[in-house]
Design a protein around this ligand. Structure first.
Ligand code: PGA
Length: 244
């Protein structure tokens, strides 16, 4: 795993956006894997700036997002589709028809998950995947457990994740308890992965990830240690417990 430690959240965002911009310039028909959460907001802001000021062209880009809450409609301000429109898609020249966020309203998550993975494959596979990391080590909504799903499908959120995400909802009781999430195998198939972490709240998990040297389903992100092309971009607060 390549590691880039930055001075600030802003610098982390610029480094990550720079990596994605280079990939888009390199291949205008690229397939991107995208993430939601607080962490990537600055990266999307910088990509929007690059579009507006430097002409970064999204017209032929295809995207697949990692996950969506079950029972939350695409039009709901808490949906990840809404988040992606607000933070990126509405501000760049992407064809929305080429953007994919799992459907949280599907009545057959198992079939739907299989179709989602097939769609990614048909598009040629993900060239570069953006990831955040949960304070419990989850990636997408693959939560620490004895077993981890390989393909995309229905998953249950842990108490920790529900509490972490409560800040976006009226109360903790309003946070959905299930999601449609890309599986570990779906994520690991991406040719290149960029994982972001910012702030002290992520220091403990980043310490475990960087120093653990072991793969465990108790830290889903540890599987990234098996991937040949992963870059961790994190600010110094998130990196502060490495080597302690
Ligand atoms: P965050 O979420 O960016 O809001 O901290 C990260 C994640 O849960 O993957």
């Amino acid at each position: 795993m390549k590691i880039i430690v930055t001075e600030s959240y802003e610098e982390m965002s610029k480094v990550a956006a720079g990596i994605f911009a280079e990939e888009i310039i390199d291949d205008s028909r690229i397939v991107l894997g995208l993430a939601t959460g607080s962490t990537p907001i600055g990266t999307y802001k910088e990509l929007v700036r690059k579009h507006l000021e430097e002409g970064l062209d999204f017209s032929q880009v295809t995207t697949f997002n990692l996950d969506e809450y079950v029972g939350i409609d695409a039009g709901d301000p808490n949906s990840y589709r809404f988040f992606m429109n607000e933070n990126l898609f509405d501000h760049v020249n992407i064809d929305k028809g080429n953007t994919h966020v799992p459907d949280g309203m599907t009545d057959n998550p198992h079939e739907y998950g299989k179709e989602y993975d097939e769609m990614i494959e048909k598009a040629g596979g993900i060239r570069i995947q953006l990831l955040g990391i949960g304070s419990n080590g989850h990636i997408a909504f693959n939560e620490p457990d004895e077993e981890l799903p390989v393909g995309t499908g229905l998953v249950s959120l842990t108490r920790q994740t529900i509490e972490d995400n409560a800040r976006f909802f009226q109360s903790v009781d309003h946070v959905p308890t299930q999601a449609i999430s890309m599986g570990m195998g779906s994520i690991m198939k991406a040719e290149r992965i960029v994982i972001l972490a910012s702030g002290e709240g992520k220091a403990e998990i980043i310490g475990k990830l960087v120093e653990g040297g072991k793969v465990t389903t108790r830290i889903p992100a540890s599987f990234l240690l098996l991937h040949p092309d992963v870059t961790l971009v994190c600010d110094k607060e998130a990196y502060s417990l490495v080597g302690r």
